[in-house]
Ligand binder design. Structure first.
Ligand code: AMP
Length: 300
């Protein structure tokens, strides 16, 4: 039996070093070897690790980035207090099999005010695009910069942030960015809570109450099969979540995916032949959580 050995990933903190590492890999690797990329904001959990492992399966080299991107936080959001733990992150990255961890500073990524804007219209009009103005513009800039620095063949994104996946896919198509976007399933705690770096903010009471999200979303396929319209389904999900006294709803929306437009009104969702998403954002105390379920209607 051979023991499994996890070797420590290389740590890279500057853009020139990152480019050099990729150049060296490509010059030495066998023809056809690919680079996979997993962009994150760190405080890694099993959801992030699942993306790293998937990239490892598909590619010869996996680059993980950890960068809390100030551009995607609003003025009253949690940029300053966002959880950070570099040494623990490096352990998770090593165990999951990342080859390179890119850890740039804010000064390295933004040495001057960024004058260039990336706005992906349409798919950003609702959900977090509506409740976090400017958020996806910040995501567009940082993801484009990271793609330009790492030049990956594939990039791995979690469907926990399903709107982000739709935004990045559309940006890559519109701008011919030479990278394949690979959406990956939501990883949940054993009791159903979607894993998130922000879950550490929750008090014990809030953590318990937050289960209302996954429990309510789990009922969506049956509700669709029963013939609900989008409006009726949104009302049912809202009522389910409101059963928790601590839940303060930001949004509950049933939309087509990935266009993120409303399905035809007054038509049962079970008659739609599109993919649907039911997405929610709910505050428990100071912590805003998001969750969603994606449904191909014949499955419902
Ligand atoms: P973040 O560090 O929160 O910016 O997330 C980095 C990447 O990990 C994004 O593509 C997220 O969608 C993904 N991710 C975060 N949480 C989960 C989860 N519970 N399951 C799957 N992917 C996740």
């Amino acid at each position: 039996m051979t023991a499994s050995v996890t070797s420590a990933p290389a740590i890279v903190r500057t853009i020139p070093e990152m480019r050099k590492a990729i150049r060296e890999y490509r010059s030495q690797a066998s023809p056809g070897a690919t680079v996979g990329f997993v962009p994150t904001m760190g405080f890694l959990h099993e959801g992030h690790a699942s993306l790293i492992r998937r990239s490892n399966l598909d590619n010869g080299l996996t680059v993980l980035s950890i960068f809390v991107n100030p551009l995607q936080f609003g003025p009253n959001e949690d940029f300053e207090r966002y959880p950070r733990d570099e040494s623990r992150d490096l352990e998770v990255a090593a165990a999951a099999g990342a080859d390179i961890v890119f850890l740039p500073s804010v000064e390295e990524m933004y040495p001057r005010r960024t004058a260039t804007q990336i706005t992906v219209a349409g798919v950003t009009e609702r959900l977090c695009g509506a409740s976090r103005p400017g958020h996806f513009d910040g995501v567009g800039v940082v993801v484009t910069k990271l793609f330009n620095i790492v030049s990956p063949d594939r990039a791995y994104f979690g469907l926990k942030d399903a709107q982000q996946v739709a935004v990045v896919e559309r940006m890559v198509q519109d701008l011919d960015q030479p990278v394949e976007i690979v959406p990956c399933p939501i990883v949940r705690e054993a009791d159903g809570l979607a894993m998130s770096s922000r879950n550490v903010y929750l008090s014990a009471d809030e953590r318990r109450e937050a289960l209302v999200l996954s429990r309510t979303l789990a009922q969506v396929p049956a509700w669709i099969a029963s013939g609900m319209t989008a409006e009726r389904l949104e009302a049912a999900v809202t009522a389910g979540i409101s059963a928790s006294p601590l839940a303060v709803i930001d949004y509950v929306e049933a939309l087509t995916y990935p266009s993120l437009t409303p399905p035809a009104a007054d038509v049962p969702l079970s008659d739609a032949d599109e993919r649907l998403i039911v997405a929610v954002a709910v505050k428990f105390g100071r912590t805003r959580l998001i969750d969603n379920i994606l449904i191909s209607v014949p499955e419902a």
